[in-house]
Write a protein that binds this ligand. Structure first.
Ligand SMILES: [Zn+2]
Length: 58
């Protein structure tokens, strides 16, 4: 099972989606994208809980 995440699932106007084999790897990819594309130096707790809720098993 892999895990996937799409920005639009948390209401972002963004076509980014990614997948990884572990949640740790997925979160690293999301953090790198958030920093680059959304100017988030770090993901705040509220966004983090939305992200975690939006992660899907694929
Ligand atoms: Zn995005």
């Amino acid at each position: 099972m892999a895990k996937s995440f799409a920005c639009k699932d948390i209401g972002m106007q963004c076509n980014f989606q990614t997948r990884a084999n572990t949640e740790e790897e997925l979160m690293q990819r999301i953090a790198a994208h958030a920093k680059k594309a959304h100017n988030m130096a770090s993901i705040d707790a509220g966004t983090m809980s939305k992200v975690k809720a939006a992660i899907r098993e694929v």
